[in-house]
Design a protein around this ligand. Structure first.
Ligand code: ZN
Length: 130
């Protein structure tokens, strides 16, 4: 298998994890600020019940490659204690969420069986260029 190339990255996801009723307000503030400062980022819906490979409540931020240099460091500075999974979308979901991933805060467990089962992690995202 060929090693992946930068050009294989179609877009990025940031998954913002929160605890319903506990860190939900911080997650909501972060979300509002992302919407305001990064209008090209696509905010997925709130998932209070874990979905796909994710084992905690979260929402997804999908964003184009050219926003990485601003949005990733912005999240580093502003995540307010929330754990965030940053991963590329190369078309290889299991690797994108593990080998290729970066975590801000704690590394949380993922349910890898979800990938084999073909479960979606969110229904919102950027349209992929082919
Ligand atoms: Zn994702």
């Amino acid at each position: 298998m060929m090693p992946p190339e930068l050009s294989d990255i179609r877009d990025f996801h940031a998954h913002v994890y929160y605890e319903p009723g506990v860190t939900e307000a911080a997650a909501a503030r972060l979300r509002e600020r992302v919407a305001e400062l990064f209008p090209r980022a696509v905010l997925g819906r709130w998932h209070a019940v874990p979905i796909g490979p994710h084992t905690r409540a979260m929402y997804q931020i999908a964003f184009p490659v050219d926003l990485f240099a601003s949005l990733a460091p912005w999240l580093m500075l502003n995540r307010d204690g929330l754990d965030v999974l940053l991963h590329p979308e190369t078309g290889d979901d299991p690797r994108d969420h593990t080998l290729h991933a970066a975590w801000l805060g704690e590394t949380l467990p993922l349910r890898m069986e979800a990938f084999a089962a073909g479960e979606d992690e969110d229904d919102a995202g950027l349209p992929h260029e082919t």
